[in-house]
Design a protein around this ligand. Structure first.
Ligand SMILES: *Cc1c(COP(=O)(O)O)cnc(C)c1O
Length: 224
């Protein structure tokens, strides 16, 4: 399917599900281009998409240099500390802050304040990256020492399952934690945003008030 068509369908779904969840603002769609070619990423650009997400350094650099410079670039994957210096000043948003050592390196290498999401492991599955829900507040308070880090929100990846009520429950928990942190009024952590929802579950994330959905397969496809 062409990107324009899939984008139209996704937008229709987002509208419907936001309405269902009583959400007045549609989430921003990040096109995750990690599975596709540069050509396909350009198709997405031509379909009107301006926000792109990649989870690896190489793919990130390729797509960023191929796309026009009016795009917003999201780094959505975990980042090895030694690679921070190669990417941190090229991105607009970092979605996977999950350890102090990484925060320290970002702080050292960044030439300006970086908009970060703290990644949360809401389900508690051992295979998932992220801070445990009940450690999020302590972790975020510790980030205050890093002047180049701004915690703009929380991010999660839901487990791969078609148990919709369960996924909705996880998204609700993340939203409640976001509200809790936001209410602390921390200068370094306004924590107003929610990055959640992928191809499988973006509609559920929309119902729960996601500000960014990260969609790969259903938007630009997946090349084997
Ligand atoms: C790959 C990836 C996505 C998109 O996955 P799809 O299921 O293809 O939509 C979203 N977020 C993160 C962190 C990813 O690594």
């Amino acid at each position: 399917m062409d990107v324009q068509q899939s984008l139209k369908q996704i937008n229709e779904q987002l509208e419907m599900h936001c309405k269902k969840g009583n959400i007045s603002t549609l989430p921003d769609v990040i096109a995750v281009t990690k599975y596709v070619t540069i050509e396909r990423a350009k198709d997405a650009y031509n379909a009107g998409i301006r926000q792109f997400g990649e989870n690896r350094l190489e793919g990130f650099q390729q797509k960023k240099s191929a796309l026009p410079d009016d795009v917003t670039m999201h780094f959505i994957g975990s980042l090895q500390t030694r690679k921070v210096k190669d990417v941190i000043n090229e991105i607009d948003y970092f979605h996977a802050l999950d350890r102090l050592k990484l925060a320290k390196e970002i702080n050292k290498r960044a030439e300006h304040r970086v908009k970060c999401f703290v990644q949360v492991n809401v389900s508690g599955e051992t295979s998932k990256q992220g801070i445990a829900l009940d450690e999020v507040e302590t972790f975020i308070k510790r980030l205050e020492q890093f002047e180049n880090i701004e915690v703009i929100g929380l991010m999660t990846m839901a487990p791969f399952t078609d148990d919709a009520p369960y996924i909705k429950k996880l998204f609700k928990l993340l939203r409640a934690k976001r509200d809790e942190i936001k209410a602390l009024n921390l200068n370094h952590a306004p924590c107003t945003e929610l990055s959640m929802g992928m191809s499988n579950d973006f509609h559920l994330a929309a119902e729960e008030g996601a500000s960014f959905v990260r969609i790969g397969t259903k938007l630009v496809g997946k090349e084997e």
